[in-house]
Design a binder for this molecule. Structure first.
Ligand SMILES: [Cu+2]
Length: 735
């Protein structure tokens, strides 16, 4: 397994090849022009200019399964040309890219060229713009390179990106001053299967928070003097707030936790081309050798701005200049926003100079601020509505060092500081105006726009020659890096005619941001959150140009759309069972964006020996999904029981569940015999990092209290007291 930069692809074919027909044409032109020496010189100039300007650059990308071992455990991954990340692709503006993607996987794949302006059919979103590359197939992507800057490529199929299928793209300017540069592709790695990560996020486990030490439990609240904050938070029906969803085992700089580039000397200036190729990790960048000068974002130049730190959203790219002040080794550090890990590149040679360490987050401070901004219905109050362009980092209350007067002068980049060196005003054309509220529900891991997943909406039609303006409001508690394919948009950030151009907008919780772009293309283009698990949950929209030419890659558009909709229609399975001295109980659930099918069972082992089961299906309603009406079937048998009482019954029922303040669920149900039952309960009250309390009481005068100590993701020790079965202890398994 090789890491770091890898040029295998270029060993297979010549790195540069002037197209044969082009060469022929130039020679012919020379023959015609041989009559005067001036013409010959002009002809030669034309020849060389032409050859220079129209290089066809060929790459071969071999996508194949591989085994990696980053943590002492062997794991499956996907490599391109044998490496993770894949090879760094270099082009010069004006080249023609000719990339052959060979799929050696036994499943289909795709490659999306993130940030590149190219014909729709090569954009690489499977089924939407490009036919997926079937197992064993090769696909040619051939398109002109019409821009310069730092970009990247990655699979757009399912969760393949998380398995390592990404690489950097560097497009050089035609006339670029010589400079030292280093491409830094950041990524995240989990030892779990990406599909298991996705499933876990949709099941009601907070295992990743336990691993990260961010459960924000009651014990921690009491210890840190924040019991009132915690109670206020649960009163408003919020779960623990976190800045990231997934626990990662490693973070990588070009495929390794640490890189060294010792060739730089005192006085050197280096352009760091930073690509955030992670699936769901935001990175803070800081540097041990002084200030960083931001000179480009998402491939587009910006007026240089000096900062001490900046955050790179998932899928964003930034070019920053750093200098090597002495004959030492300086740390360029990328720290996960949740601060659980970091990865570094050491620049220069000599004694080590560390970048500043970012201390742990003070979650309860963030929670307190969130409490102040949240209404009871899960919406945000006026306090938050005025924020935009990363200018007020509400997470800053969680940064311990920000409180220090010593650090007051630290300059943190925000979007308001990005200014295009050239005017970016749009053509004089009518605007189509859209309002997107980013919506989501952390409890059920549902991520949507205007409370609708991709599969619940139609394409949004836009006119070629017209402009599109989108006002986005983030009503969720997480940031979302919203990416538009095939276009650059301007962020209206107060820079007027010089508003910066980007293809990713990182929008923080409660912010309102406005972007706009010119309708210059054809076909269908995806706009989505680039956090992989948010995208797969449906947080996106499709822009479709009216009267587009048919896309030869998509012969059956209706079927293709169905395939695309499959992503967020996925069903997730989860289950839990407790095996205790008094009996066994458990539940099995199948869920998707709106529906839940659940079955619960209890089997007793004592004198009250009997069993019961409840199976029901329902649909979650409303943006926050606090309401859940359902229909179901209740079966209960007790050896000594009397028929048609609470002890022996077999009935259909209808009911409704409602999530109350403090996250208690009120359950009211009416069975076909006219009996009304009411139940109040809550599972998973986080007493400490690993200890959970469950309580339940109902109108049949049954009650229950249980404790569960979480040992591993799938295993816990549990004990409970139950009005029917008495007290028992045992183990709990969950899936
Ligand atoms: Cu998102």
């Amino acid at each position: 397994m090789r890491n770091c930069k890898n040029y295998d692809s270029e060993l297979i074919v010549p790195r540069i090849s002037v197209a044969a027909d082009q060469l022929g044409r130039n020679l012919l032109m020379l023959k015609i022009m041989k009559y005067s020496s001036t013409t010959i010189i002009l002809g030669l100039l034309f020849f060389s200019w032409n050859a220079l300007a129209q290089k066809t650059k060929i790459y071969h990308l071999n996508v194949a399964d591989t085994l990696v071992n980053y943590t002492g455990k062997s794991r499956k991954a996907i490599a391109i040309n044998g490496s993770i990340p894949g090879p760094e692709l270099h082009f010069t503006e004006g080249d023609t890219a000719e990339v052959y993607v060979h799929n050696y996987l036994n499943t289909e794949t795709s490659i999306h060229w993130h940030g590149l302006i190219l014909p729709n059919r090569y954009d690489g979103v499977p089924y939407l713009t490009t036919t997926p590359i079937k197992a064993g197939e090769t696909k040619l992507f051939k398109f002109p390179i019409v821009q310069n800057g730092t970009y990247w490529y990655h699979s757009h199929t399912m969760l393949q990106e998380q398995s390592g299928m990404y690489g950097a793209i560097v497009i050089h300017k035609r006339k670029a001053a010589a400079e030292k540069e280093y491409t830094l592709l950041l990524s995240d790695w989990t030892n779990e299967k990406p599909s298991e990560v996705h499933r876990s996020l949709h099941s009601a486990t907070d295992w990743y928070a336990i691993k990260k030490g961010s459960t924000q439990d009651y014990l921690a609240a009491v210890r840190q003097g924040h019991l009132k904050t915690k109670l206020g938070n649960e009163w408003k029906r919020m779960l623990a707030m976190d800045v990231s969803d997934v626990y990662y085992d490693r973070l990588f700089a070009n495929g390794l936790p640490e890189q060294h580039e010792t060739s730089y000397k005192k006085g050197d200036k280096v352009r760091m081309r930073v690509v955030n190729g992670s699936s769901s990790t935001y990175f803070w960048l800081n540097y041990g050798g002084g200030k960083m000068t931001v000179v480009a974002s998402d491939g587009k130049d910006v007026v240089p701005v000096e900062v001490d730190r900046l955050i790179v959203g998932v899928s964003e790219t930034y070019d920053v200049l750093v200098s090597i002040p002495d004959d030492k080794m300086y740390e360029f550090r990328a720290t996960a926003e949740d601060r659980t890990r970091y990865t570094s590149v050491w620049l220069g040679d000599g004694g080590k100079v560390n970048a500043p360490v970012l201390p742990k987050l003070k979650y309860f401070e963030g929670m307190k601020m969130m409490n102040g901004m949240m209404n009871m219905d899960g919406s945000m109050n006026d306090m938050g509505m005025k924020m935009s362009n990363q200018q007020m980092d509400m997470n800053a209350v969680m940064y311990p060092k920000m409180a220090d007067t010593l650090n007051k002068d630290l300059v943190t980049l925000n979007y308001g500081m990005l200014r295009s060196p050239e005017k970016t005003t749009l053509p004089d054309a009518p605007f189509k105006e859209l309002r997107f509220e980013l919506t989501g529900n952390m409890n059920r891991y549902v991520w949507t726009i205007n409370n609708k997943a991709v599969s619940e909406t139609d394409k949004i039609y836009v006119k070629k020659g017209g402009n599109v303006r989108i006002v986005l409001y983030n009503g969720t508690m997480m940031r979302h890096p919203m990416h538009l394919h095939g276009h650059f948009f301007r962020i209206l950030n107060g820079q007027g005619d010089y508003s910066p151009l980007k293809n990713v907008l990182d929008i923080m919780p409660m912010e309102t941001d406005t972007i706009e772009f010119a309708g210059t293309e054809n076909g269908d283009w995806f706009f989505h959150c680039h956090i992989l698990y948010h995208m797969m949950s449906g947080m996106g929209r499709i822009f479709s140009y009216e009267n587009s030419q048919p896309n030869p890659e998509i012969p059956d558009p209706a079927m293709a759309l169905k395939m695309l909709y499959k992503d967020d229609r996925e069903l997730h399975l989860m289950g839990r069972t407790s095996l205790e001295s008094t009996g066994a109980d458990g539940e099995l659930m199948i869920v998707n964006t709106r529906y839940k099918l659940q079955t619960e069972f209890r089997i007793g082992t004592n004198d009250m020996m009997g069993y019961e089961s409840e199976t029901y299906i329902g649909r979650y309603l409303g943006k926050m999904q606090f309401l859940y009406p359902f229909i179901g079937w209740d079966y209960r048998y007790r050896k000594d029981g009397v028929r048609d009482t609470k002890d022996n019954r077999s009935v259909f029922f209808i009911g409704i569940q409602y999530t109350l303040p403090m996250l208690f669920v009120a359950d009211t149900r009416l069975d076909m015999k006219g009996k009304l039952r009411f139940r109040l309960g809550r599972e998973d009250i986080p007493l400490s990092s690993s200890l959970r309390l469950a309580v339940m009481v109902n109108t049949d005068q049954e009650y229950m209290a249980g404790l569960r100590y979480i040992v591993t993701k799938n295993f816990g020790i549990s004990a409970h007291y139950d009005s029917d079965m008495g007290s028992g202890a045992g183990i709990t398994l969950n899936y």
